[in-house]
Write a protein that binds this ligand. Structure first.
Ligand code: SAM
Length: 504
């Protein structure tokens, strides 16, 4: 236990998350999409996650890449214990979990890293810890190494930041646990808003921000809003700090943001894309689209590629289908527009990917699409990648398969105990796959012998009831039966293709 948490509130463990954007294969694709060289995936690499939370994403990646070495720290004992338990169940001898604060980690002997990633950390710690993080990056990142850093962005948080400040000021003056104090604070905010406080009238976004705060679960409320050092940042400030550590901005890990035609309104697109200075360009983007959370990728020693080099490297990228075909809607929204996916191209791509991942080049050259303009195929491929229907993945070997099965078995245990997980690891796809919570419960039900929709619905109702959810009786829950029916009809075949469990 650490004597001081530097103003970070550790009363409740954080929710259990994994973010596909933090996978090396995804980061490589984001770099290529932006026209920059990216580390190869076929050689072993070193990967460090700072402030890993419950450690789900980190353990998933360590399971999938047994030849590479993974490191991670978090100073909350409950987080470290959860991550270590998952690592032990899956025999992850390539993962070193450290119960260190950032100050302690900054003085530890560690090997040079190919990747250093941090999600939900930089805006949430204080200035001294931000300095420790920069020290670690400066000291440990290899030339050509990649940083993934997310942070609350300005001006996207311009409406919400004053709410965080007032909540903090109120909570500091209250008695009780942190949850009680912040709960009182959010109620007082709601009272002010209902009494026509001019701040809410003058800042329409603050009203919706307050609704979010009012509905937030306790763990999110504390981890998002309670840290004493909490601060949103302008991109230019982050880029300057990274430049001080020898890094250049390369891309967003949110793929849509790397494609101006899908992420910037036509009215301002030309002005922004003509801005040569990447810091200014990104800052202007944040004013135009009000980015709330940035997911930036920086590189130490950025290497721009020629167009042909990008096409070649992109062509070698392994692409997988990341959700059941029935869950891939055709009418979709990009960040700026409503679009309809090209049905013919999408059908051919989904069919080709039903048997497992394929190289980007093979998908571009599908014989079933030989009669159409290749630009149409490439555009649909890119759009499906941006939407997360498809993902860039890395091939998984037998060792990865054994570890993935063991990790998934451990995760099923946590699901049965009522924890809300966000996905499982697929050795067949070579990636973690996000799976809807009820589908995860149906998968657990199948592993526990439930075959038909009645049995699956009853099984899931039982878990939800134990977890304190509303649904108690499957007979009083036709929605669960309908969901179980849809799961068997539209999800089952796809989920079997993921090779999630040692016994299917
Ligand atoms: C908002 S949570 C994000 C967790 C995780 N990255 C995720 O996105 O799910 C921030 C994490 O940083 C950790 N943390 C905060 N201050 C820290 C410090 N000084 N040293 C180490 N870990 C710290 C917390 O314990 C917590 O797990």
């Amino acid at each position: 236990m650490h004597a001081s948490t530097d103003g970070y509130v550790t009363e409740l463990p954080y929710s259990i998350n994994h973010f596909p954007e933090m996978a090396p294969a995804h980061l490589r694709y984001a770099l290529l999409q932006s026209g920059f060289a990216a580390p190869a995936l076929d050689a072993p690499f070193n990967y460090l996650e700072l402030g890993f939370g419950q450690g789900l994403g980190l353990t998933m990646l360590a399971a999938l890449h047994p030849r590479s070495r993974f490191f991670g720290n978090d100073f909350m004992p409950a987080h470290v214990a959860a991550a270590q338990a998952m690592a032990d169940s899956a025999g992850l001898s390539n993962l070193q979990i450290m119960a260190d604060s950032f100050a302690e980690l900054a003085t530890r002997e560690l090997p040079a890293m190919d990747y250093i990633v941090l999600h939900g950390v930089y805006s949430w710690v204080d200035d001294a810890n931000r300095e420790h993080i920069l020290t670690l990056i400066r000291r440990l990142l290899k030339p050509g190494g990649v940083i993934y850093i997310s942070y609350n962005a300005l001006p996207g948080w311009a409406n919400k930041a004053p709410l965080q400040r007032l909540m903090s000021e109120i909570a500091q003056r209250e008695d009780g646990s942190a949850v009680q104090r912040f709960d009182t604070a959010r109620r007082m905010l709601a009272t002010l808003a209902s009494q026509d406080a001019a701040f809410f009238a003058g800042n329409p976004g603050a009203q919706s921000a307050l609704r979010e705060i009012t509905q937030a679960g306790d763990a999110y409320l504390l981890h998002e809003f309670a840290p004493a050092g909490w601060s949103p940042f302008y991109h230019t400030d982050i880029a300057a700090r990274m430049a001080g550590a020898g890094l250049q901005f390369a891309a967003s890990a949110r793929l849509f943001s790397n494609v101006p035609q899908w992420s910037l309104p036509a009215s301002s697109r030309a002005l922004i894309t003509a801005t040569a200075d990447s810091s200014l360009r990104e800052l202007m983007r944040d004013y135009v689209v009000q980015t709330p959370l940035r997911r930036d990728v920086f590189v130490r020693g950025l290497i721009p590629l020629e167009d042909e080099e990008v096409i070649e490297a992109e062509g070698e990228t392994l692409i997988a289908l990341l959700r059941p075909p029935a869950a891939c809607a055709r009418n979709v929204r990009t960040p700026i527009d409503a679009v309809h996916l090209d049905d013919e191209v999408m059908d051919a791509l989904v069919e080709a990917l039903a048997t497992g991942p394929q190289r980007f080049a093979a998908l571009r050259g599908l014989s079933t699409l030989a009669h159409i303009d290749p630009a149409r195929t490439t555009a649909t491929l890119n759009l499906m990648l941006c939407l997360g229907y498809l993902g860039a993945v890395a091939p998984a070997d037998t060792a990865a398969r054994v570890r993935a099965h063991a990790l998934n078995a451990a995760l099923l245990g946590r699901l049965r105990a009522g924890e809300r997980l966000s996905g499982l690891v697929s050795p067949a796809m070579g990636t973690a796959v996000a799976i809807a919570y009820h589908d995860l419960l149906f998968l657990a039900g199948q592993q526990d012998g439930c075959q038909d929709e009645e049995a699956l619905a009853a099984y899931v109702a039982g878990i939800l009831a134990r977890a304190g959810d509303e649904v108690v009786d499957a007979h009083a829950a036709p929605d669960l039966r309908r969901e179980a029916y849809n799961f068997l009809k539209y999800g089952d075949g796809y989920y079997r293709s993921l090779d999630l469990f040692a016994t299917q």
